[in-house]
Design a protein around this ligand. Structure first.
Ligand code: ZN
Length: 181
């Protein structure tokens, strides 16, 4: 099932989502929810999705990066499920990327985040896991996991001058950045 996307302004995006118990993760109900989240993410063309974006206030996020190229860096992360994630910053250095969000369609904003992180989480079979990520993947993780805490990327803009419509980003910003590469 494709679930409707909740957009900015919907209060569910501003709540700290409920943590999920292992019993729920092992239930048939969870498997259906996960399939719905995966189908919805693919349908809307996201590289990640968090349950609150689909109207479900639970700490579950999905990320899938396959051959994604950002700034000359190719990143691959097979479909991964992050339940009750906790982030630790491993590097004080920050890096900026132009982020977009299915809940804020048509816009992009430049957000600086720590460049290296460690995430502890439960996976889709109820096992505790740890992932160390850097670069673009670290930003994608922080963006998705922020959704579980009621935070949107626009909250993390240093200035509203670095918020752009997608078309204007393509025309005025993307090409300029390409020439820097
Ligand atoms: Zn988002």
């Amino acid at each position: 099932m494709i679930l409707p996307i909740c957009r900015m302004g919907n209060p569910i995006l501003r709540r700290v989502a409920d943590t999920v118990g292992r019993e729920f993760v092992l239930s048939g109900e969870f498997k259906i929810l996960l399939k719905d989240m995966e189908n919805s993410m693919r349908h809307y063309g996201g590289i990640g999705i968090a349950a609150p974006q689909l109207g479900i206030s639970k700490q579950i996020a999905l990320i899938e990066l396959l051959g994604v190229n950002r700034y000359g860096q190719e990143i691959n992360l097979p479909l991964s499920v992050f339940i009750n994630p906790k982030i630790e910053f491993l590097d004080q250095e920050v890096q900026g990327f132009w982020e977009g969000c299915l809940s804020i369609p048509g816009l992009r904003g430049y957000v600086k985040r720590p460049r290296k992180i460690k995430v502890n989480y439960m996976d889709e079979i109820g096992q505790e896991r740890e992932l160390i990520a850097e670069g673009f993947l670290a930003t994608v993780l922080q963006h998705e996991l922020d959704h579980l805490q009621g935070i949107l990327y626009v909250d993390r803009l240093e200035t509203s001058k670095e918020l752009s419509y997608q078309e204007e980003y393509d025309e005025f910003i993307l090409n300029k950045e390409k020439s820097i590469d």
